[in-house]
Structures are given as C-alpha cells and as structure tokens.
Design a protein around this ligand. Structure first.
Ligand SMILES: Cc1cc2nc3c(=O)[nH]c(=O)nc-3n(C[C@H](O)[C@H](O)[C@H](O)COP(=O)(O)O)c2cc1C
Length: 306
C-alpha cells in the first residue's frame, strides 16, 4: 500500500519534505502543494518543485488551473524537468479559488471538466492524475464527474470525501466514497482524517482495492505515522521528533528572513504538531504568543522535557 504526503500549501513544501525524509520513513511519494498556472513561467513559480530542491521522495507536482494553455505550458516545462506525472487540483475549497471556477469550483460543471481534459490531454507529455472532493456543494456531484473522467486514461484519482463548502467540517462520507470506487475505472487513492494507525486499518479493511492512502494533517501531527502504519512495532520517539523539529526550524531560518517569518511558519506547524503532546491547547497558546526566537525556543524545550 503506497502512502502519500498530502499537498498542504504553506506546510508541505520542499523544506518540509526534505527535512521529513531525513528523519522519518514510511512515506512513498508526495504531491506538491498547488502551483497556479501562468502563461509565462519563471523559476519563481516552480522553485518549490525544482529537482535540485527535491531529492527526498518521488514527487508529483500539482497544478491549479482552468486555463488549458497555461496548463499545457506548465506541464511541458515540468516534463522537461523530469516530471513524468502531474496532478490537477479539483479540490481546493477556498472561496477565493472556487468562486473563480478553479479547484472545487469546477466540480458542479462536468462539461467544463470534460472540455478542459479534451483540450489538454493530447497535448501534454505527462501522465495525469486528479485530486478532488465529492463536489463543491453536494456529495452527488462526483457521480456526474466520474463518467466524464472514465473516458480519459488518467493515472489515478485521489479523493477527499467531503464537499468544498464543508471545508474540513463533519466526517468523511465513506458511503459516497464507496460509490466512487464502484463506478470509477481508475485506481483510487483515499485521503481524509487518517490520524492514527487504527484510522488507517479501518479504511484499508473496508476498501482493499485502494491504490494508496494520502495523509496530510495526521502526518503533521505525528510524523512517525507512516512508519507506524508500515511497522506496527514502531513507537513514537520523542528524541527523533525533537531532532526533526530542530532541523526544520533551522532550515526555515536558512531560507526565510527574520523572526517574524520563521516563527510564523513554525507556528503553522505547531497547530498540528501540538496535537501529539499532552496539554496541547496550553502548549499551542504559549507557542503562538512567542515573538522572539528565545521565547519560542524555551517553550519548545519545555514541550520536549518530560
Ligand atoms: C493548510 C492546508 C493547505 C492545503 N493545501 C492543499 C493544496 O495545495 N493542494 C491540495 O490538493 N490540497 C490541499 N489541502 C488539502 C489536503 O491535501 C488534504 O486533502 C486535506 O488536509 C485532508 O486530508 P487530511 O485529513 O489527511 O489532512 C490543504 C489543506 C490544508 C489544511
């Protein structure tokens, strides 16, 4: 069973992926946070996925687009860089994106998805996979989309079984996910709310034909999770977690300028990482209040001293 690191913009970029791979095992492949397609590509747009910055895992770059020309241009560039597979984002739920008919904003329009795929498919040299939700407004939208997708030789579908307007509320709709598995011709990867080995076991027991499982917030909370899933005798190792944290912090100091940016980034990580600690709420509160490196470092030291 392949395990994927989920794309999480602002979190699972190259710095995280590379640092993660030096401390933890268990993950087979990563999908990058989305890159918005443009008609004139500069290195700035693709910095996160440049091969020299990505030696950790096999990586599938993800594109957010409703513009076939920009998509084709970017796909060709990515192919030149060695990316034989790319992923199309049809899941982003944020209104700023979805209201412009990108990400989950395209899900109510199977015809437009069809037109887009028709326009790009014969022109791109890469294999294509799609990451999507059940719909933007209704969980049934996907049942109109899958027949459209079945007509194209996609490499796989990664499905997060919520709607766009749900964001991350409620629980994944596994019954609807099951219907997708029955009607799709493509290999399917499950994504959503895997935060423990038992979550993994339950999903895998119910859906044995899956091509893989993608984990986002669960890995940020517990980076050991991939190893624990693959080897049930692995236990959380706090020293290893601390070493990982310290390197991540150090790497962000190398690439970001000033305490504001570095602490801002680390605070985003702690929103998830703190959930693996006792008294997570008060720990997070203290970390979020840090305004200097020394305050931050002393809260982190406290967190790891048992
Ligand atoms: C902060 C944040 C950023 C995200 N960025 C992306 C993204 O760039 N592309 C994407 O397809 N999904 C993105 N997602 C969605 C995740 O990939 C994933 O589908 C979602 O977190 C559910 O999986 P999980 O329950 O394992 O976290 C993002 C989610 C969060 C919370």
């Amino acid at each position: 069973m392949k395990l994927y690191i989920a794309p999480m913009r602002g979190l699972t970029e190259a710095v995280y992926r590379n640092t993660f791979s030096r401390h933890f095992k268990g993950i087979d492949i990563a999908v990058s946070p989305f890159i918005t397609t443009v008609n004139k590509i500069s290195n700035k747009h693709i910095k996160d996925i440049l091969p020299q910055n990505n030696q950790a895992f096999p990586l599938i770059p993800q594109l957010l687009s409703k513009d076939p020309q920009g998509f084709i241009l970017m796909a060709e560039k990515l192919f030149e860089l060695g990316y034989e597979e790319i992923n199309w984002n049809l899941g982003c739920p944020y209104a700023m994106v979805a209201n412009k008919m990108r990400g989950s904003g395209l899900l109510p329009y199977p015809d437009r998805i069809d037109q887009f795929l028709e326009a790009v498919f014969s022109k791109i040299p890469n294999r294509l996979s799609i990451k999507l939700r059940l719909g933007r407004f209704h969980a049934d939208e996907i049942l109109m989309i899958i027949p459209v997708l079945n007509a194209y030789p996609l490499s796989e579908l990664i499905i997060h079984p919520r709607t766009g307007i749900q964001m991350y509320d409620g629980t994944p709709n596994l019954d609807q996910f099951e219907k997708c598995l029955l009607v799709s011709k493509h290999p399917i990867v499950y994504n959503g709310d895997i935060v423990s080995t038992s979550d993994f076991t339950n999903i895998y027991a119910r859906f044995q034909s899956l091509n893989g499982i993608m984990i986002g917030r669960g890995l940020l909370r517990n980076p050991h999770l991939g190893e624990m899933i693959k080897k049930p005798d692995v236990k959380k190792d706090w020293m290893r977690l601390k070493a990982f944290h310290d390197e991540l912090y150090h790497q962000y100091q190398n690439v970001l300028s000033g305490p504001g940016h570095v602490l801002g980034k680390m605070k985003e990580h702690w929103k998830y990482l703190s959930q693996g600690f006792e008294h997570s709420h008060s720990l997070l509160k203290r970390i979020l209040r840090s305004t200097t490196f020394s305050q931050y470092e002393s809260h982190v030291l406290d967190a790891f001293s048992f």
